[in-house]
Design a protein. Structure first.
Lengths: 101, 515, 629
């Protein structure tokens, strides 16, 4: 069986769904980061696959950008997370309600 | 200096207002009067320099702001805007000179000077974005005046005023953006310059949409029925000076914008919407006059009378001929003078008695004869007596619309009847009869400060009623240009017919068309 | 000659402004004297102009531009021709007399200076009205006299009835003015000008229905000023003003402006004889209608006011039937004797301490001989007894109706002539003859200042001679401009029967009035409680009907419009919309609970909604694109 574009896109969609559920259900901030990473990578897979399929490298370029930005985002995010943990000793999302409207 | 006179007119008051912050509060009044006087004389100088025989824009200035989107600082005056600008500077001067407010005078004067900048800016702007900026900016000082110096319900009134007019102008902004986009589609270039837009002929259905968007913004400002309810609250709560400026100048922005934007940009839509708008105008005239008759508060009578008169102005504008539009522009000036004076007069009695209820007065004519005389003159001007300023405008407006529809004009003409009813009955309640209230027995007649504001207005009201030519001539010339432009741009057969062709009519044409 | 024109026109204005300067001060005799002097100057100038016009010339000046916009061009233009000079003479003579008289009449009034300011302003407006050379200029004067009438009716502004009457007069006139404006609009859009000469030269070229409408609208305007039915109620109420005002404005000059308009616009009305007939019929109706109301009224001034109304009806009959010069002639004669009558009534009022009910007077001829003579003279003239003014002018109108074969109109007018004689002499008899009923009320009458009587004398002279002496020269002069119709009954026998018959009829009415009222007054309770009497006494209940049908519902409707519609519908809708938005925010702000997890959930939901929308709306485009591929 040949692996076609459809397979990649299905994989991407499944990953995206997993990520999305993770984003919605997880209460641990660290887990939330993981879920975000899954979301981003789902998009990356889709981009790379379509880029290959159409013979246009712009999509892969974007994938690289996303990887780079995701890395920096994780760096900043983890930094903030550690500071938060040091202050409160918890990284439970339900406790963070200072933005209550 | 002459070529930059408009920019000076616009920004001088703002600059002076900035300096006002460092002026000592005892001398701020004198400072304000000086600034306003200089500004007023500058505007008179502008009139002196203005060439009344030219119909197009004069003293144009242009400086690109966002050249990628064709937004530029573009200002100029023609006969339509010239006198409203002078009216703005005149009323700022009169307002500051006859100011009786005691609380935080310094802030008030600074606010007024800022307001003056926005008013002159609106009427001088020829770029849609610049126009829009000044249009919205003018809300802020007014919001502040009502909210800070107003009556007990001032917060509600000022918020209502602000949000209501702001909502309308946002829709107008969308219309402007679309207009610029259509211009871009047609020419491949972005431009917000009104003069460029004038050259664009839009398909009729697009005209109708854009007309609607602009209409909402303008109609709320005028205010047209049924968008008028912010006005009685604003007037009811605003301090005297706020009401004066609001009635005399700010309302005119709406009607002015109709002439500046709606008519020349969308001639076909104007013709299509002529009768619906005329119906609204007639409702404004009659309905507002009736509501005015029912009022117990004399300031509300004047407020509703403003709505009624604005109806006549709208009717004149949508006459779509030279007589009607010229008349409506003249009536804008006239109504500014008269309603401004009436609000000042109401302020006089409010300062003395701290009430505006007519039932609290009665018999004032014997206690304050000079006040009663000036009030009487202004009331008669408001009623539209010939040889006072209002008559010329009202007559021309109605005369113009008569060409479009006989029956509508007959109904709208009841303005002269219903206007007399509410004004005379209000005057009777407040001034005639015996003095019944003890507090009224020793009221002081108008003092010198108040006369300083009122006497010039009386003089103007009679002078322009007897000799309106200095105003009518330039107005007429500019209006002719607009009407011709509309005729040339019109596409539908009906529009061609309704809007007269000045270039090819030898006077007799209009005679035959009438049949 | 132009200089005389300007003097005649502006002297009253100068007098008005001068007196107005002292308006707020207590009485200063010189304001009255100077205002009167300036009016005399106006009178002299008018006389000089009359002399000039009699030689066949006219004066036409254009002072300056007033309104010019589009094709509309309206100057301040003035014309002195045969018609306007007649009016100028009437106005200046009567107003000079009234001014001098008022110096005495208003001598003890606080508002002496103010009064002269208003009165002179009125004369100025009236001069503008009659001298203007275009319809809008006429309209200036038209509204100007309306304003002055408002000021003067409400002169004693502390009186509720006076200010009410003033407002009523102004508003009712405004109703008619609207029609007049519409007429002016029609003229402008059809003829392109409002100048008399242009309009009259071209009016015949218009289609019939347009001329008819112009004629109707202009006449409605005239109806307001001349208080014709159904816009007549204000005139009787206007008697609240000081009596000199009633003499000048509500008898001699302003109310005749409507007649002047019809006479002036005769080229228009000549084209539309049907409208003319309608005008004549309305005039005859009003003549009769007003005379009946005067029969039973118990207010001296109102009786004279109704008689004015009735005489205006006569004038409209003449004007409607195309006898313009006759209408104008009666206007002139009427101005003299009616002003005289009113001024006499003013004397009586002064003597009676403002008592108006003639049933509380009587026998005044002893103490007020001069006034008695003047009022009797004026009444004789009004009744149309040979050789006084009324005979020549009023009987002429009867002849016009007869010659034109409008026999119904003729009969109505003839009957009215009898009624006129009756109520005039009922008044004279009640006031000057019989018992001195006023003594019961503790009033001791005295004659007015002698200079007031001297001031009235010219009017008395004119009331006597105006018909006899002026008729022929007047006819010769005015027919230069107006259609020269002569109304002769060719059959001599018919003529004499008619003339003598009318005279006898009128004399019989006078005798009856004297007989009934000159001795003791018997009040017949049965008649007074009768339906007819009550109907007449209450002015056919018309003021009441107007009050119930127009005034009160209008106020109610206004209150409704404000309290129910404006506040509860229009404004409530706006506030409602604002409230919905506010409440939405208020309700949904719990969404922002600060919990990142639930906010993310909202975000995802939003994303999904947007995606669905995007897919739904782009499905069409995709289909197209795929096909292209």
């Amino acid at each position: 069986m040949e692996i076609t574009l459809t397979h990649y896109l299905v994989l991407s969609t499944v990953l995206f769904a997993i990520g999305l559920i993770g984003v919605m259900r997880r209460k641990n901030l660290l887990m939330l980061f993981f879920a975000t990473e899954i979301l981003l990578n789902a998009v990356n897979i889709g981009m790379a696959a379509i880029s290959h399929y159409r013979g246009d490298y712009t999509g892969q370029m974007f994938a690289f950008f996303i990887i780079a930005i995701a890395a920096s985002e994780v760096a900043v995010g983890l930094g903030l997370l550690i500071v938060w943990y040091k202050r409160t000793g918890k990284i439970d999302l339900d406790q963070m309600t200072s933005m209550r409207g | 200096m002459q070529e930059h006179i408009l920019s000076i007119l616009i920004f001088f008051p703002a600059l002076a207002a900035m300096f006002g912050f460092v002026v000592h509060k005892d001398s701020v009044r004198a400072y304000g009067i000086t600034v306003a006087a200089i500004e007023f004389f500058l505007s008179l100088w502008l009139w002196n320099l203005y060439d009344p025989m030219t119909s197009g824009m004069q003293f144009m200035e242009m400086a690109p702001l966002v050249s990628a989107f064709g937004i530029s600082y573009l200002v100029g005056v023609d006969g339509i805007s010239l006198f409203i600008i002078i009216l703005s500077t005149f009323f700022t001067l009169i307002g500051i000179a006859s100011l009786t407010e005691k609380r935080r005078v310094k802030d008030l004067i600074i606010t007024l000077l800022f307001l003056e900048m926005t008013m002159v800016g609106v009427f001088a702007a020829l770029d849609a974005i610049v126009f829009y900026v000044f249009w919205e900016l003018s809300l802020i000082p007014m919001l502040y005046i009502i909210g800070a110096w107003g009556g007990p319900l001032r917060i509600y009134a000022s918020i209502k005023f602000f949000l209501y007019t702001f909502t309308g102008s946002l829709v107008m902004l969308v219309g402007m953006l679309f207009m610029a986009y259509f211009y871009y589609q047609a020419t491949g270039q972005w431009s917000f310059s009104l003069l460029e837009w004038y050259r664009l002929i839009l398909p009729v259905n697009i005209q109708m949409w854009l007309f609607g968007a602009f209409f909402l913004g303008f109609a709320i400002k005028v205010p047209m029925f049924p968008f008028h309810t912010w006005l009685p609250y604003a007037h009811g709560q605003a301090p005297t000076i706020g009401s004066v400026i609001l009635a005399a100048i700010l309302l005119k922005m709406g009607t002015y914008a109709f002439i500046r934007f709606s008519l020349p940009l969308f001639p076909d839509a104007s013709v299509i919407f002529m009768f619906p708008i005329a119906i609204l105008a007639i409702i404004m005239i009659v309905y507002a006059a009736m509501v005015a008759y029912a009022q117990e508060d004399i300031k509300q009578v004047v407020a509703y009378s403003s709505i009624s008169h604005m109806g006549v102005i709208i009717l004149g504008i949508f006459a779509l001929n030279v007589e009607g539009i010229t008349g409506s522009i003249f009536l804008m000036i006239a109504h500014g003078v008269v309603s401004g004076a009436l609000f000042l007069l109401v302020g006089v009695i409010y300062d003395r008695r701290h009430t505006k209820l007519m039932s609290e007065f009665g018999g004032l004519a014997s206690v304050m004869p000079r006040y009663a005389t000036i009030f009487g003159i202004m009331m008669m001007a408001s009623v539209g007596l010939p040889l006072t300023i209002n008559f010329v405008g009202e007559f021309l407006s109605l005369l113009g619309f008569y060409k479009q529809s006989h029956s509508y004009t007959l109904v709208a003409g009841t303005a002269i009847i219903v206007g007399a009813i509410y004004m005379l009955s209000a005057y009777k309640k407040a001034f005639f009869g015996n003095v019944t209230k003890e507090e009224n027995k020793n009221l002081k007649d108008v003092n010198r400060t108040e006369l300083l504001g009122l006497v010039p207005l009386v003089i103007v009201a009679i002078w322009l009623g007897v000799y309106p030519k200095p105003l009518l001539e330039p107005i007429n010339n500019s209006v002719e240009a607009i009407v011709q432009l509309m005729h040339d741009k019109a596409q539908t057969e009906e529009a061609k017919q309704r809007i007269p062709d000045l270039a090819h009519s030898a006077g007799l044409n209009s005679m035959q068309e009438a049949h | 000659m132009e200089v005389y024109l300007y003097i005649a026109l502006f002297a009253p204005l100068v007098g008005s402004l001068f007196a107005g300067l002292f308006g707020a001060y207590p009485k200063m005799l010189f304001t009255g004297v100077i205002a009167s002097g300036l009016l005399f100057a106006s009178f002299v100038s008018s006389a000089i102009l009359l002399n000039y016009v009699l030689t066949g010339h006219t004066v036409h000046v254009e002072m300056m531009t007033w309104i010019a916009a589009g094709d509309l061009y309206i100057p301040f233009g003035f014309v002195v021709d045969q018609v306007s000079v007649t009016m100028m003479m009437v106005v200046s003579v009567v107003s000079t007399v009234v001014h001098v008289y008022s110096i005495g009449y208003m001598a003890h009034d606080k508002g002496f200076n103010r009064f002269f300011s208003y009165l002179s302003a009125f004369v100025f407006s009236m001069m503008v009205l009659v001298m203007s050379d275009n319809f809008l200029g006429l309209f200036i004067g038209w509204e100007g006299v309306g304003l002055c009438s408002w000021l003067l009716i409400g002169f004693w502004y502390h009186k509720e009835s006076a200010t009410w009457a003033a407002n009523e007069a102004f508003i009712m006139n405004r109703i008619a003015d609207l029609a007049m404006l519409i007429g002016i609009f029609m003229m402008y859009w059809n003829l392109g000008s409002l100048q008399y000469d242009v309009v009259f030269a071209n009016v015949a070229t218009l289609p019939m229905h347009i001329i008819t409408w112009i004629g109707i609208f202009l006449f409605i305007g005239a109806m307001g000023k001349s208080a014709q039915f159904p816009l007549h109620t204000w005139l009787a109420d206007a008697m609240e003003g000081p009596t000199p005002v009633s003499a000048l404005i509500h008898a001699a000059t302003m109310v005749t402006a409507g007649v002047y308009l019809v006479v002036r616009a005769n080229p228009i009305y000549s084209e539309i004889p049907d409208v003319g007939n309608a005008i004549a019929s309305l005039g005859a109706f009003v003549a009769m209608f007003a005379a009946t109301m005067a029969l039973v009224n118990r207010d001296m001034k109102r009786i004279i006011a109704y008689s004015t109304l009735s005489q205006l009806g006569y004038m409209f009959v003449a004007a409607g039937l195309g006898a313009y010069w006759v209408a104008l002639f009666h206007l002139m004669a009427h101005a003299f004797f009616k002003a005289l009558l009113f001024l006499g009534a003013g004397n009586v009022m002064h003597a009676m301490h403002d008592e108006l009910d003639p049933f509380k007077m009587g026998g005044l001829k002893k103490s007020m001989k001069g006034t008695w003579i003047f009022m009797t003279l004026a009444s004789v003239a009004l009744a149309g007894i040979y050789p006084l003014a009324g005979f020549f002018s009023k009987d002429l109108i009867l002849e016009v109706a007869f010659v034109e074969q409008h026999y119904i109109l003729y009969t109505v007018l003839l009957l009215t002539a009898g009624l006129t004689a009756f109520y005039s002499f009922r008044l004279v008899a009640l006031i000057f003859h019989g018992n001195e009923r006023h003594l019961e009320h503790g009033i001791h009458p005295h004659e007015a200042y002698s200079f007031m009587l001297y001031a009235m004398a010219p009017l008395a002279v004119l009331a006597v001679i105006a018909g006899m002496v002026f008729k022929t020269p007047y006819y010769l002069m005015v027919t230069n401009l107006l259609p020269a119709m002569t109304y002769h009954i060719h059959n001599h026998t018919t003529f004499w029967i008619m003339t003598i018959g009318t005279q006898l009829f009128v004399i019989a009415a006078i005798t009856y009035a004297y007989k009934k009222y000159a001795k003791a007054v018997k009040v017949d309770k049965k008649v007074e409680s009768g339906l007819l009497y009550q109907l007449l006494y209450n002015q056919y209940y018309i003021p009441k009907i107007y009050d119930e049908v127009f005034s009160k519902p209008y106020l109610k409707l206004s209150k409704l419009a404000w309290k129910e519609i404006d506040l509860k519908i229009v404004d409530a809708t706006v506030d409602g919309i604002a409230n919905v938005i506010y409440q939405t925010g208020e309700k949904t702000h719990t969404m922002q609970n600060g919990n990142l997890s639930s906010m993310l959930r909202w975000m995802v939901i939003g994303l999904v909604v947007l995606l669905v929308l995007a897919v739904a709306f782009t499905a069409g485009y995709n289909a197209v694109n795929l096909q292209a591929m």
